[in-house]
Design a protein around this ligand. Sequence first.
Ligand code: NAD
Ligand code: 6OD
Length: 488
Amino acid sequence: MSDKAVKHFIGGSYTAGTSGKLFQDINPVDGSVICDVHEGLKPEVDAAVTAAQQALRGPWGKMTIEERVAILYNVADGINARFDEFLEAECMDTGKPKSLARHIDIPRGAANFKAFAEVIKNEPTEAFSMATPDGAGALNYALRTPKGVIAVISPWNLPLLLMTWKVGPALACGNTVVVKPSEETPLTTSLLGEVMNEAGVPAGVFNVVNGFGPDSAGAYLTEHPDVDAITFTGETTTGTAIMKAAAVGMRDVSMELGGKNPAIIFADCDMDKAIEGVMRSVFANCGQVCLGTERVYVERPIFDEFVARLKQGAKGLKLGVPNDDAANMGPLISKEHQGKVLGYYALAKELGANIITGGGVPDMDDTLSGGAWVEPTIWTGLGDDSAIMREEIFGPCCHISPFTEEDEVIIRANDTVYGLACSIWTENLSKAHRVAGQIESGLIWVNSWFLRDLRTPFGGSKQSGIGREGGVHSLEFYTEMRNICVKL
Ligand code: NAD
Ligand code: 6OD
């Protein structure tokens, strides 16, 4: 068994565990093996949950909010102090351009600890005085208490950002966590263990078990009876399986799931801004952003111009390796995901879509032939009922359809089982507010996309999720209120 294999992080120490099983972490740029990873099974999950329970009863559970906040600031500073290591690890695992991760993934990894430290520090509590029959009165006040051991199950598309988006508030609220990162991207979560120790986070507060979902660490963790709540980001089908596991023992869940997000482009938009925004929302992170746009609706008078300009933008994208600062896009996460996305590319062709650009595998340097590369792709001509318009593809592609009426486009944008995000592009503020209020999504951007303030509610409608996180909404999930009534 290789000593260099990524280990679990349990009770403040790295451990190989006892499963004796390893899996490979693959670089999506060229298919090479980055390293082996120890797979955790039931014994590793049991050990991590026990460590998390003990830490709750230990110093972490006894700390004041101010002490916890100071430690979370250390964690944020620790990520920033090792910024380049995180950047290197994240880009190796995902293949994404360093220019992207340098501005989004790693800074947000640090910000997630600072932001929720601030939220918990400033959160008021409620108190009510009441009359009692004897005229003495009573005082009620509410205490916000940690939920306990939180299971954090995270995906591969923004590994550090999305994992810390859960771990930050969970720890700020005084919980302890067991994280199961995606099997595709274990590196930055593993590195965070070192930062936690350096920051003074007590052993057992932050635990990591690596592995897969079914019959592996993910399923064992979500089924564990001593896990008090589960927070999950990933596919809707996986979320369904996790909710079933959570039903046993009546554990609370927070679900951030898939999307099939529309962008609505009105003829009175600022075309330059709309093109720039839709380019990002379709192609950033190689289209692997849950909030990304896959359905674009453009008002008829500007349809041809918009299609031509988006095509020009897509053709101008440079695909390249993480170190290539001129690259706009890396590969998809894996050969398996490449197969799925190329399956949709083939289906679009079969269904008779007009392929405006892309639709295949790009010509890359021979050294990258084992990578998961796909072309940025734009289609037109399909009906709203086609699978291309209904199913989440999670690749660098979109379909553009024309529309005529405002009411019509609202109905069409909402005609999906998902409801995560939408962007609306118009210079008419009244129209923007009117349309935004009728879109069945958790997040609606006007003349922007992925503009984030961590105090705002984040989450999806319909099959895109359950619950909201962000700001005080995270406190709602990661704490439980207790009311204390004192007779005066
Ligand atoms: P996924 O559902 O395949 O996997 C997510 C995590 O769940 C991984 O760690 C995986 O190992 C684990 N898992 C799988 N089966 C499990 C099981 N039965 N029990 C416990 N854990 C299990 O998702 P992915 O492919 O990693 O990520 C892409 C998906 O995530 C897309 O659908 C995307 O839209 C969604 N996503 C949503 C948001 C959001 O905020 N709504 C954010 C990012 C990604
Ligand atoms: O910005 C965030 O907090 C967040 N949860 C983003 C999710 C992106 C999905 O891929």
